[in-house]
Design a binder for this molecule. Sequence first.
Ligand SMILES: [Zn+2]
Length: 357
Amino acid sequence: MPLLARTVTTPLAIEIRRGAVAELGRLLADRRISAGGVVAVVVGPGQGARITELIRPTLGSADVFTVAGGTLDAAVELGAKLRERGYDAVVGIGGGKTIDTAKYAATRYGLPMVSVATSLAHDGIASPISSLAHEGGRGSYGVHIPIAVIVDLDFVADGPEHLTRAGIGDAISNLNAIADWELAHHVRGEPIDGLAVTFARTGAEAVLNHPGTIADDGLRTALAEAHVLGGVAMAVCGSSRPASGGCHEISHALDHLYPDAAAHGEQVGMGALFCAYLRGDPRLDQIAACLRRHGLPRTPADLGLSEDQFTEAALRAPTTRPDRYTILEHLALTPDEMAARVKEFAATFQDSGSAHG
Ligand SMILES: [Zn+2]
C-alpha cells in the first residue's frame, strides 16, 4: 500500500480575536490542554501586570513568571523553574521576546507551549524557531511548534502601530524567501517543499493584496493568519527557508553592523524590496506599493542609513547564513557593482515619499 499523504504537525488551536486573553482559562479547558489550570504563565515586564489581572478570573491557579530581555540565559533560567511543579503547559503571553523565551524553555523540558501574541511584529508567534540573544549576538534555536496560537486583537489595537507595520514587512518578505528558494532549486537542485511554499506564499499574498490599513481588524487578522501560515510552513519543511532569504541575510548583517537601526520587520521588508530589485522580480512594484501604503521603509535613507552603510550590509549579508543560497549569493556582486545597484535602487524609490514622512 503506497503512502498516500503525509502527516504534518500543526497547532491544535488557532484563535485570532479580541478578548482572547481574558478567556484563556476556558480555552485551555475546552481544548483539553489544561483542565485544572495548572499552567505556567510567562509574561514580559511591560504588560505583565495588565495580563495577570485579566487571566486571574479564569486561571486562578496558574503560576506567573516575569521574564525580561529575550536572552538564552533567561530561557534556561525559566526552564529550571518549570521543573519545580508538574505543569500541564507553558503559556507565553506577550510580544516576540516573551514568546521566544517561553518556547525555548518549554521545548527544553518537554512541555506543550501555548503562544498568546499581543503584537504582530514578526512571524515568531507560531514558528518552530526561537530567536534569542546570546553572548553579544542572536541565535536561532529550533523548538517545538506551539500547541495553540492565540492572538488578542485588543492588545494589538492598543499597542504601538509601528509593531504592526513591521509585521507586514516580515509577512511579505516571505515572497522574497520563496523566490530565493526557487532560485536555489533551479540553479543548485536544492529540494523545495511545495506544501511549505503554498502555506508561506498564501499568507504573504493575502497581506500584500489586502486593501485595509493597520487600524482595521480585517488587516490585523490577515496579518496574524500570515504569521501562523509562515510558522506552519517552517514546521512542515523543518527549516526557516520559506520565510527567510536574502531579505533576512541583509537584516542579520544590519543587526551586526548597526544594531537597533530599525525593527526586524522593517529591515526584512526593505531587504525584500532590494532583493526583488536585484532579481528583476515581476512583483517589484506590488511589493513597493505595499510598503509605501503602510508607511514602511523602502530605501536606506528610510532606515536612517547612508547608501554606503547599506552597501556594506548587503555585501556582508551572505556570510550571515553561509548555507543559504539566495539572489545575493547568485549574483555575487563586487563591492563596486553592489554600490552601483544600491545607488540605482535608492534613486528608484526615494522620490515617492519617505516611509516616516
Ligand atoms: Zn522574519
